[in-house]
Design a protein around this ligand. Structure first.
Ligand SMILES: Cc1cc2nc3c(=O)[nH]c(=O)nc-3n(C[C@H](O)[C@H](O)[C@H](O)COP(=O)(O)O)c2cc1C
Length: 170
């Protein structure tokens, strides 16, 4: 395999195809400052630490929403439900006002909360580091909650899916 200065030359299309076999949930990261609401879709959300409670995700350096959210110092992760595919497409687009006409509420800390999300996690930005063409954002969790009856939207091999449970629910 050919080598580059940064490692083996992996075809980006092949990278996406292979990594697309790892299913993810779909989240909208939101924030608001002085009435301006921002949000974008991430599949890279993850739990990092239990004590203290820390989560993270990876925004593309090309994201236009992330710098605006970063400027607020805080963010809310909204875990989308399996009926929220259109909402996902809206927040994965680059339309001017992604909240236009959208009914939503607020977390206790005043961040935009997407109605129908199966869970939400409100965070303060702890660190942002550069990794390749993405950033790693780490957030300290300040509040969170879930809706017991919601099933998450899943992304797998370039398409949207819903969950089929193989166990008794806990
Ligand atoms: C299922 C799915 C997962 C995505 N995951 C990420 C991600 O983890 N990080 C990211 O930066 N963009 C991700 N995107 C793409 C962004 O949502 C999209 O580029 C962004 O919304 C562009 O708008 P912006 O310029 O307002 O940020 C994902 C899109 C989809 C549909």
């Amino acid at each position: 395999m050919a080598e580059t200065a940064t490692g083996p030359a992996i075809d980006p299309r092949h990278f996406r195809d292979v990594l697309g076999c790892y299913p993810t949930g779909v989240c909208v990261v939101t924030s608001e400052l002085e009435g301006a609401r921002h949000g974008f879709v991430v599949g890279s959300f993850s739990s990092i630490s239990l004590v203290p409670p820390i989560v993270g995700f990876f925004p593309d350096k090309a994201s236009t929403s992330w710098p605006r959210i970063a400027g607020t110092g805080r963010f809310c992760v909204n875990v989308l439900g399996d009926g929220q595919r259109e909402l996902c497409q809206r927040f994965a687009s680059r339309i001017e006002d992604k909240f236009d006409g959208l009914v939503h509420s607020y977390t206790p800390g005043g961040l935009p909360l997407i109605d129908g999300a199966v869970a939400w996690i409100e965070c303060r930005i702890a660190s942002v580091s550069e990794i390749g063409d993405h950033l790693l954002v780490v957030g300290m969790v300040e509040a969170l909650d879930r809706h017991d009856d919601g099933l998450p939207l899943l992304f797998f091999r370039g398409g949207y899916h819903s969950l089929r449970c193989l166990d008794e629910p806990s």
